[in-house]
Write a protein of this length. Sequence first.
Length: 160
Amino acid sequence: MFTSIVIVCILIFICVQFYKMFAYLDVPHSIKLADCTNSTVQFYLHIPAGNTHTLLLATPGIDMMKKLPYKFSGRVYISDGTLMTIEFPIDSDYVESCNWLRDSSSQILTGWNTNCPPLGQLVRAQKDYQFKIVFDKPPPSSCSVWLYWLQAVKEKNGGL
């Protein structure tokens, strides 16, 4: 009898530990923000809970192991509705390829090995922002801008 109580307690303890580990596991998420159909792209965004928020440029049909067959450059403007506006350049010479989007190769526009600061240093989760991307040299119209981020299972489901 005592042995079975000990075994049940050990099993409960192990299950609780696995649940706690899973609750803090970061799960990747992405959402399409806008198509690059002209030289100015604008969108409003409520930054979701999570971390490692990153702007991506989806580049369909491009082998991420090869150099981009086109150039793009421009500036990103981020406003939170006050007088403060954040501005930084983006350039195809300073992007990093990745496979973070399910159906497309993509280029990392903010953070990592780019010439731009990580988006998480510029915006706060659970706040609203207006984004404006003005391209001097736009990418092909088949490209689109995406937000990629990591979010703990606990944050998504509202807690333990």
